[in-house]
Ligand binder design. Structure first.
Ligand code: SF4
Ligand code: SF4
Length: 216
């Protein structure tokens, strides 16, 4: 198995490899893990694919997480890996730590994670833990290092998300106002302002789904 082989299998389900690492003891991966492969939505097309799946039509809650569990669980079985998830638990897995060690993700100036392809729209649907130690590519360049204007720093209309971190109370209060409808319908303006996010192809309807979970 190679990283490209994992990516090919994942893309059949509109998932993609979002980074990989050889975990050390401090990463708290399952014992004996040689390579951890992180998976995220492969765009464009992820939302159209996942919303046509059975989990979106059975009326039960958390369709995206249940779909991820089913599909990534089956991928793990097929590829001889162990599936791990950033939701549910215990056990609770340190996905943020893994992301920051994956060579494709960094801490942005607004404290959120920023990914080399998904920008501030990054999300992880799960991970695969392999016993084998795959060859890994060199780390990608951090997009923030060449982002001159840094629009993420000034995009929030109420300053809830910036260099000082995330003021959830201010954000939720704004979302309760009429002016908050743009964030609720299209996603957080800070995440959308990032040029890497804009090139990623995530649909506003997907962002609206997550915003509804964040601010019911
Ligand atoms: S807008 Fe620029 S500085 Fe901000 S997260 Fe995106 S790439 Fe980084
Ligand atoms: S959702 Fe809207 S109000 Fe909340 S942090 Fe993002 S831009 Fe600011």
């Amino acid at each position: 198995m190679t990283l490209e082989g994992v990516a090919r299998s994942a893309r059949a389900h509109r998932l993609d490899v979002f980074g990989a690492l050889h975990p050390g003891p401090e990463d708290h991966a399952p014992a004996g893990t040689g390579t951890l492969v992180l998976l995220g939505p492969h765009e464009p097309g992820f939302w159209a694919h996942v919303t046509a799946e059975p989990e979106f039509h059975d009326g039960a809650p958390d369709p995206v997480d249940r779909w991820s569990g089913r599909v990534i669980g089956a991928l793990a079985l097929a590829l001889g890996a162990e599936s791990l998830f950033p939701f549910g638990g215990p056990p609770y897995h340190p996905f943020i730590r893994w992301a920051l060690g994956s060579g494709q993700c960094w801490q942005s100036p607004v404290s959120l994670l920023v990914h080399d392809r998904a920008g501030l729209m990054v999300s992880y649907r799960g991970a695969l833990a392999f016993k084998e130690r795959f060859d890994l590519p060199s780390p990608a360049p951090n997009p923030c290092n060449t982002c001159v204007d840094r629009p993420c720093l000034s995009a929030c209309p109420v300053g809830a998300l910036g260099t000082e971190g995330y003021d959830l109370d201010v954000c939720h209060a704004f979302l309760d106002t009429a002016d908050g409808s743009d964030c609720l319908s299209n996603g957080c303006a800070v995440r959308r302002a990032c040029p890497v996010s804009q090139a990623y192809g995530r649909l506003p309807t997907q962002s609206a789904h997550h915003m509804k979970a964040f601010h019911p």
